[in-house]
Design a protein around this ligand. Sequence first.
Ligand code: GLU
Length: 482
Amino acid sequence: MPPRVRFAPSPTGYLHVGGARTALFNWLYARRHGGTFILRIEDTDAERSSDDMVSGILSSMKWLGLTWDEGPGVEGPHLPYFQSQRLPKYRAAADRLVASGHAYYCYCSPDDLAARRQAAALEDPVRMYDRACHALPAEEVARREAAGHPRATRFLVPQGTTSFTDLVRGHIEFAHEHIEDFVILRSDGHPTYHLSVVVDDGEMEVTEVVRGDDHISNTPKQVLLYEALGTPVPAFAHVPLILGPDKKRLSKRHGATAVGDYERQDYLPEAMINFLALLGWSPGGNQEVFSRDELIARFALDGISGGNAVFNVEKLDWFNQQHIMRLSAADILRRLRPAIVGAGLWRDTYLTSESAWIARVVDLLKPRARKLHDIVPALTAFVSDEVVYDEAAVAKHMRPDGVRDHLAAWLEAVRALPALEPVATEAALRALAVDRGIKAGILIHATRVAVTGQAVSPGIFEVLELVGQARVVSRLTACLPA
Ligand code: GLU
């Protein structure tokens, strides 16, 4: 049977990088094994959940390319995929548990509980629920029900221990004496997380629950619920937390934690996916840069390590550059087209008569781009007649005595060349430098500033070829005194 896994975010905030990594592991696992990836929105906490957060989460998932097979907008056999629309199912499950003796009604108000807890605080600071309502005689329960007393439903934790085999952590055992009779349905009819997650994972036939380590202590309660409901218990894989470089839990102190921030900062989704995949999972071997398909082909839950994973933004930057390098020029142009249009630099001929030339320009600029959009301003010198001069570069490389005379001679040499083929152009420049008894660098730097306006650029001879002889001549001319 192909696996069925799910990502179950609570829409009480943006999609955090930790959540995205959990979603990614589930997605990779499903894709690797031809399984189903379910997206379920756990919005039973109406006060803390919002539609904006739901749309933010969905949009970050889409940006990352984590497509879901069942869930909002796609639907599927177990709809609805919003827990707030599934409340009757949880109530019915709670009723079943009461009827089978696995749960009982609790009429204790929060004030009663607080008062009793306070009274006992000295002897027992971690006091658990005292089961007062479990001891109520049937007639008393009937009387309170008839009177419409508000009541919660509590799970009756049996004696013993619960164990499960975590696919990451191995065998885990919890003694029930440390688990109180936890509430499964609140007095307002809303389920607690334990009940809704078990009912839904059961009904949605989830086979593996892959989620953050912070849920490990919840798992025995959920295992107890599965058993009491007679639902097969899924396998669990608890993924280690993501830490900041100081080894503390990743938080805003460390920088952006929302996936949307990385999207706005112009990281490629491919880079983000690659980076997140390797946070806590290792494919083995030395390869680090992986496409989406390569990740799918290699993903295995047993490659998840128990050690915590450190979020290092320099590493993300590195992945970003690696993935920019892997994009074809045509793909880059497609992605950047709106920005190129916005900068007034777009021509439809990039797609037709100029396509080979613009592809060479983009390929030349690619290795220097830290972010994809760095390519847009760098295009200016190639595609437009306007050059934006960096004053500091002009001062440094064009003002020193004699530079303009050297440039004038170089302009004549450029004019005399049949074309600006890089090897020939470089030979001509070096010959001129020898002739004039100067370092070639003086001509190279001055030419770079004259042609691109900037002190840094890709290899100048490739730049000159792609800018084209006519523009190079007119830019050099413009830099010389009339
Ligand atoms: N809604 C829960 C959360 O956001 C999901 C926990 C789980 O995956 O079981 O933490």
